[in-house]
Design a protein around this ligand. Sequence first.
Ligand SMILES: [Zn+2]
Length: 152
Amino acid sequence: MTYIKHMAFAVHSVDDTLRRYQTLLGAGLDAKVVVAEKARIKVAIFTVGDIEYQLNESLDADGRFSRWIAERGTEGLHHICYAVPDIDAALDEALAQGATLRECQACKVFGSHPHPEGYVAFLDQETGGIELELMQVYTPAELEQYKSIRGI
Ligand SMILES: [Zn+2]
């Protein structure tokens, strides 16, 4: 069954935006804030109900989230990630319905490929202008395999 894995927002400042979620909504009080040096982003991760929110800030003025904000002229909802049971089947179905693959900007890959939490693929803005990410979440065994390959 398809469900929302996460919603990713591009923001100028993770700290400022997170503070607003905390003070206005009482959400994100237990947020995990991570600086990913390799990806050159700062991200806050927290859940609202069953849905994971990710607030993303580029560490560089020409980083992917900085550029996305500059192109649109505003912060906003960058993409929604949907968890699907079988990413290959989901992609076949989406492509048969006329969807187009979009390059993973972090990995420079089109189509299904491994990410830290599962196999992912991106589709062009097919649903109301919001970029779609599909994820087949790893089983515990697949997660261990991913970690051992990456040495983490
Ligand atoms: Zn990727």
